[in-house]
Write a protein that binds this ligand. Structure first.
Ligand code: ZN
Length: 179
């Protein structure tokens, strides 16, 4: 328990440093760490604090994809369990954006239950961000497209956590507000 508090504090520090110069795409340009904090809180609440490594992986979930942090660094700093979880939700940036999006839908179904928690929380955070502060250059059509794609990814993640599913469905239900 005490070790978990130190590991979580370390993950927050690591993520804040790694993403220090990064902002959310929305017009409000929130610090990227806001997204990580939201995803971590969602999985922490969804699992009622039962899985510290899942919360740690939530803080770190974009470090390989966005910050090019090597998988080996995550293994050294946070252990193989956390590093594997982060890798499992990392897109291969060598592929085209369209291919990455297609693969997320395809891979969701066979993802581990913990990775499904992360994906659900990530998509909830992203839909809420688009509703609250959409990117200035995104027309309604692009926002709607994102919602529809996220729903397809989430379709493969259902069955692990009804609370997260309900949060996703509530955000998705607001798509009429996108214009
Ligand atoms: Zn994310």
């Amino acid at each position: 328990m005490k070790e978990d508090i130190v590991r979580i504090a370390k993950a927050i520090d690591f993520a804040a440093r790694a993403h220090a110069s990064q902002r959310r795409k929305g017009a409000a340009a929130e610090p990227y760490v806001n997204h990580l904090a939201e995803v971590a809180l969602l999985v922490a609440e969804a699992t009622q604090g039962a899985d510290a490594s899942l919360v740690i992986a939530a803080y770190l979930h974009d470090t390989i994809e966005d910050c090019k942090v090597p998988y080996e660094t995550l293994v050294a700093e946070f252990g193989k369990d956390v590093a594997d979880l982060v890798r499992e939700v990392t897109d291969d940036k060598d592929l085209s954006k369209a291919e990455r999006k297609r693969l997320q839908i395809e891979h969701a179904r066979s993802a581990s239950p913990r990775a499904k928690h992360l994906k659900l929380a990530d998509k909830i955070s992203n839909l809420n961000a688009i509703l609250a502060s959409p990117p200035a250059d995104w027309r309604a059509g692009r926002k709607r497209e994102y919602f529809e794609w996220a729903a397809k990814v989430v379709a493969g993640c259902r069955g692990v956590n009804p609370w997260l599913e309900a949060r996703f469905d509530a955000a998705y239900a607001r798509r009429a507000e996108l214009g």
